[in-house]
Design a protein around this ligand. Structure first.
Ligand SMILES: [Zn+2]
Length: 317
């Protein structure tokens, strides 16, 4: 398709808290966008009704002058192949919802869906840090750990559309309970939630002073832990070091499988910057097979949360 500025796609990013929708051209310019509460604890039918209303408001002024070609959707636990969201944690929408078909019917346009981290990887490939690369892995280190793998400039979907769930590779067989039902998954350690759990473990195992002692579990967030670490709080620094050790080793495993040029990191945990990235690099390097050493980059994504519709847009294009 030529890069006619009148050609648009409709992009939807469904998150546990907010859903963002937008119209995006092929250059990655967002012509207009809207954001509303997903209300993931309410029935699914209510979400579809709300989405339908929001779509009308967004699309109507563009109908005359522009052509919308396709829909791209990024959603938790979504399969590219089946078009379903399958029991996403934090949503009370039942076992599975045929979300791709439902949204396709709202707009009467072809729709494409993938999980949010895969969409983020496509966003990096088309519009972000991955533009000049053909092999890289995106890790989104937020509430959980999401991942998207780009190999030979293509997203790896796997046989059933669920490839690359690095958040659920095992770190310790009898480790922390994960939302997925398994124990010891990587995301129970290497995510904002994971580092919070580590902080509380360290607090109970040590008597040392720490800026983090006065916080309750619900109060504590990634930003507070990283601020404490930047102020030199030893316990906070230890928590980052432990997290980096676990994630770095598993990244080395991924290098053996895929030999990426880089890992692109995003999400709350990555915002700690060098304090986290430097030990992460060291631990990854220490665990790498000789042939891979000193080659794999660790880069921070430049995408902000308002860019989250660019991934689904890239999928639609
Ligand atoms: Zn898990």
């Amino acid at each position: 398709m030529d890069k006619n500025p009148q050609n648009l796609v409709f992009a939807i990013d469904i998150g546990g808290t907010y859903t963002k929708i937008g119209l995006v051209n092929q250059e990655g310019d967002v012509l207009d966008s809207r954001k509303f509460n997903t209300d993931a604890k309410q029935p699914y039918s209510q979400f579809i009704k709300k989405l339908s209303d929001e779509i009308q408001i967004l699309v109507t002024p563009f109908k005359k002058k522009y052509t919308i070609h396709a829909i791209g959707i990024g959603a938790p636990n979504a399969s590219y192949i089946s078009g379903k969201m399958i029991s996403p944690p934090n949503f009370r929408w039942g076992e599975s919802v045929i979300i791709k078909d439902n949204i396709q019917n709202l707009l009467k346009l072809p729709a494409y869906i993938t999980n949010d981290a895969n969409a983020a990887a496509l966003g990096e490939l088309y519009y972000g840090a991955g533009k000049a690369m053909t092999n890289f892995i995106v890790l989104t280190l937020g509430t959980g750990l999401g991942s998207g793998i780009i190999n030979e400039s293509k997203l790896i979907y796997g046989q059933y559309g669920m490839a690359g769930e690095l958040g659920h590779v095992n770190v310790y067989p009898e480790g922390r309970q994960c939302n997925c039902g398994l124990k010891g998954c990587l995301e129970t350690y290497a995510s904002v939630t994971g580092i919070k759990r580590t902080v509380f473990e360290l607090l109970s195992d040590n008597n040392s002073d720490s800026l983090l002692r006065s916080y309750s579990y619900d109060q504590l967030d990634g930003k507070t832990i990283s601020e404490a670490a930047h102020k030199g709080d030893e316990l906070a620094l230890k928590a980052f070091d432990k997290t980096a050790k676990i994630l770095g080793r598993k990244m080395a495993d991924s290098v053996a499988h895929l030999e990426p040029e880089a890992f692109i990191l995003s999400g709350g945990l990555s915002h700690a910057g060098d304090l986290f990235i430097q030990p992460l690099k060291n631990y990854m390097e220490a665990a790498l097979f000789k042939a891979y050493k000193n080659k794999v980059k660790i880069i921070l994504s430049k995408a902000t949360s308002s860019d989250s519709i660019l991934g689904p847009a890239a999928l639609a294009w």
